[in-house]
Structures are given as structure tokens and as C-alpha cells.
Ligand binder design. Structure first.
Ligand code: NDP
Ligand code: MG
Length: 407
């Protein structure tokens, strides 16, 4: 297992040269927060490459603001717009999936993996193969092919730094300890916008209501995942791979205040929790500066203003996605891969107004059952395999959707 937990006993002298950072998904929510942390500390960080899918105008803007060397856009048809927006800036423009992988492969200190969905698999793997530390937000990489990612990182001696707030919290709470000393890992979640809604009300919830997260501001896909609690399910799978802990030792607790992000319960009965304001800039800054800590701006905790913390068990009847994700983890990496593919299809269909909110989890469960019946229950042995399985999962989910629409 890759030791994401252990910090070096003797920490190296902090280097004075700025750390070189590449940001995959620079136009998204994680990308924007990363650029904001970097903009606060221009003496500490320098940007090598930024990438996006198709938003050429925004990518060019952030590339210029961050003085990046390269801007890579996945959608080839956006090349002309990117190149003309960057004309005269000295920043190299590149397009196509290979250009994003090339950007990810440039040797840097840290690559922030901030692409959404399985589209991030190949570029994130390219970053690991190039030997850069990876600050991992793109949890779908571990959900689709966790063994492959952790195996490749172990082989290359590459550090994967958990950027997802819960996992970053656990990483911090594990500092100085070995995983053998751990009894349980506890991931917290706000419970999402429908925490206290009835099932009937949830069935009728529209995307605007589902996108309104009570404590975090995030991209649309993860916001819907937070409303279904699929996000917590994906995070249980992510934690299993990052920390090498079996599913039974991974607890989920609803904590609506979103101040405690994760906890480690040790075998001696002590529980160490990490707290901060709910602001992704904090775990991002932690990853970019690790193993040091840098001063960053932003909200500070005032516990007397928060007043009290509350905790609840997740309701698996109203939020079956968490149960389905745990079952997929138990079934193996083929099932978590299909779970992710079906979930991406279901979330897109929900956002497009084609299915109801409660149908998201149903579609995911049905897709996994169909995939098993079609003999797809074998672990992917390569990223190519993982992407092929992902395509199969999408095909099954899409055919189930079409059947629903025509029924
Ligand atoms: P956003 O939707 O805000 O941003 C996604 C980014 O990925 C954009 O830059 C987008 O480019 C790019 N992108 C999308 N598709 C492709 C593709 N096919 N090829 C290359 N790039 C692509 O997502 P978030 O920032 O919210 O989330 C990113 C990841 O981080 C997700 O895995 C999420 O689960 C995880 N995460 C997010 C948190 C948050 O606070 N937002 C918290 C913890 C984890 P373009 O703009 O051009 O479409
Ligand atoms: Mg999270």
C-alpha cells in the first residue's frame, strides 16, 4: 500500500525556489480555488501548465493571469479560439486529449488533478508516470481503477496527496502514525441540501434545488453527488484505496456544520479530528505546501460563533446511493467502475431534466446488476481496460434510460 499517511520524521529544509504546479481542470471549481491559493503566494508557487475541456476563453484568461507556460484544451475544435486568445502572450496553446496528457506529463513538483469524472483517468495517470506528486481531487480515478493508480504510484515512488477535504483531513490526522494503529476512519458529510427532506419531496426535487449545497460551493456533478450522498459513497471507495483500510473500518457521519472534515479513531480509543472552515482553499494549500504549511488568506474558524456541532447517522433509505457504493466496493473494482460510469450518466440525465432525483440511485444499481449479468465482473488490468469498462457501463446505463423514456 502506498503510504499516503506517513510524514517524514526529519523534514527537509524548505526550498526557496517556487514550487512548480500544473492544474488539470483549471477552469473548474477546484482549478479556480487552486489558482486563488497560488495567486496569494506568487513567491511560493509558479504555474507550468493549465488544462480544460472546452472553455477556451476562460482557460486563456487563467493561463495569462497565472503566467503559465502551456495551456492545453481537450476539445480540438476549441484550439483556434485558445490560440487566438493567447496570441502574443508567449504561452503555448495545445489541443486534443494527447495535449492534456502531455501537459500532465511535464515534470513539476505537484500536479493538481481537478478534472471531473473518468475523463481524468488518463491525464492523472500520465502525471503519476512522470513522477510528479499528485494532489488528487478527481476521486473518480480511484473509484474506476484504484488498484491501478495506487499500484503505479507505489511502483514509481510517487506521492498521492489527498485533496478531497475529508481525505485531506484524515491524511492530516494520520500524520506521524501508521495505519496499523488505526481502528476506524470517519468521513463526515454535510448531508446535502435534502438532509431533512421527506422521500416524497426528494422525488420531486428539481436540479436547482439539488445544486444548492448548504455549505460548499462546487461544480455541478459533485454537487448532485452530494445531494444523493453518492459523493460519500465515492469517498468511502476513495478512502479504501488511499489509506488501505477495508470497507468495514470506514464510517460515514453526517455533520451539517461541515467543520470537522474527517477523523481517525485509534486503537487506544483516541479520536483525532481535523477542523477548518468549509473552504477548499485549505486542503489545496495543504497539498501544495506539503510537508510544510503556508500562510493563506481566507476564513478562520470561530468556534464560539458556530456554537455547537451535531452528528447523525446517514439515512440509507432516503439515500440508497451510499449503500450501493459500499456494496460495489465489496464486489470489486469492476463494480465501482460501473457504479461511477452509471452515476455520471444518471447525473447528466437528471441535470437535463430526463429523470427524477430518486431515479439516479436506481439507475446506478440496475446498471451494476446488468453488468454482472453480462459477464463484466472482472477487474480492469490497465487504464485501457478501465476506460473500456467505463464505456460499457455508460452504454448499459444509457440503454436503460432510453428504455425508461420509451416505456
Ligand atoms: P467542475 O465541473 O467545476 O470542473 C471540471 C474541470 O474539468 C473543468 O476545468 C473542465 O473544463 C474539466 N474537464 C471536464 N471534462 C473534461 C475532459 N473530458 N477532459 C479534460 N478536462 C475536462 O468540477 P469540480 O472542480 O467541482 O470537480 C473536479 C473534481 O474534483 C471532481 O472529481 C470532484 O469530485 C472533485 N472534488 C471537487 C470538490 C469541489 O469543491 N469542487 C471537492 C472535492 C473533490 P471546462 O471548464 O472546459 O469544461
Ligand atoms: Mg469531499
Amino acid at each position: 500500500m502506498v503510504s499516503v499517511a506517513a510524514s517524514p520524521a526529519v523534514q527537509p529544509e524548505p526550498s526557496t525556489a517556487p514550487r512548480r504546479v500544473t492544474i488539470l481542470g483549471a477552469t473548474g471549481s477546484i482549478g479556480t480555488s487552486t489558482l486563488s491559493v497560488i495567486a496569494d503566494r506568487p513567491e511560493a508557487f509558479a504555474v507550468e501548465a493549465v488544462t480544460a475541456f472546452g472553455n477556451a476563453e476562460r482557460l486563456a484568461r487563467v493561463a495569462k493571469e497565472a503566467r503559465a507556460r502551456v495551456a492545453g484544451i481537450a476539445d480540438r475544435s476549441a484550439y483556434d479560439a485558445l490560440a487566438s486568445a493567447l496570441a502574443g502572450s508567449g504561452i503555448e496553446a495545445a489541443a486534443g486529449a494527447a495535449a492534456v496528457e502531455e501537459a500532465a506529463s511535464r515534470p513539476v513538483d505537484v500536479v493538481v488533478a481537478g478534472i471531473v469524472g473518468s475523463a481524468g483517468l488518463a491525464p492523472t495517470m500520465a502525471a503519476i508516470r512522470a513522477g510528479s506528486k499528485v494532489a488528487l481531487a478527481n476521486k473518480e480515478c480511484l473509484v474506476c481503477a484504484g488498484d491501478l493508480f495506487m499500484g503505479e504510484a507505489r511502483k514509481g515512488g510517487v506521492k498521492i496527496l489527498p485533496l478531497d477535504s475529508e481525505h485531506n483531513a484524515v491524511f492530516q490526522a494520520l500524520s506521524g502514525h501508521s495505519i496499523d494503529e488505526v481502528d476506524r476512519i470517519i468521513l463526515t458529510g454535510s448531508g446535502g441540501p435534502f438532509r431533512d427532506w421527506t422521500k416524497e419531496a426528494m422525488a420531486a426535487a428539481n436540479p436547482d434545488q439539488a445544486l444548492k449545497h448548504p455549505t460548499w460551493s462546487m461544480g455541478p456533478k459533485i454537487s448532485i453527488d452530494s445531494a444523493t450522498l453518492m459523493n460519500k459513497g465515492l469517498e468511502v471507495i476513495e478512502a479504501h484505496h488511499l489509506f488501505g483500510v477495508p470497507e468495514e473500518q470506514l464510517d460515514v457521519v453526517v455533520h451539517p456544520q461541515s467543520i470537522i472534515h474527517g477523523m481517525v479513531a485509534y486503537k487506544d480509543g483516541s479520536v483525532i479530528a481535523q477542523m477548518s472552515a468549509p473552504d477548499m482553499r485549505m486542503p489545496i494549500a495543504h497539498c501544495l505546501s506539503w510537508p510544510q504549511r503556508s500562510p493563506i488568506g481566507g476564513p478562520r474558524l470561530d468556534l464560539t460563533r458556530i456554537g455547537r456541532f451535531t452528528f447523525e447517522r446517514p439515512d440509507l433509505d432516503r439515500f440508497p446511493a451510499l449503500r450501493i457504493a459500499r456494496a460495489a466496493l465489496g464486489a470489486g473494482s469492476w463494480a465501482t467502475n460501473i457504479l461511477n460510469a452509471a452515476n455520471e450518466v444518471a447525473v447528466a440525465a437528471y441535470l437535463a431534466g430526463n429523470i427524477g432525483f430518486l431515479e439516479i440511485a436506481r439507475l446506478v444499481e440496475e446498471t451494476i446488476e446488468r453488468a454482472a449479468a453480462q459477464g463484466l465482473s472482472h477487474a480492469p488490468g490497465s487504464i485501457k481496460d478501465a476506460l473500456a469498462l467505463d464505456r460499457e457501463g455508460r452504454r448499459i446505463a444509457t440503454s436503460l434510460l432510453t428504455r425508461r423514456e420509451t416505456a
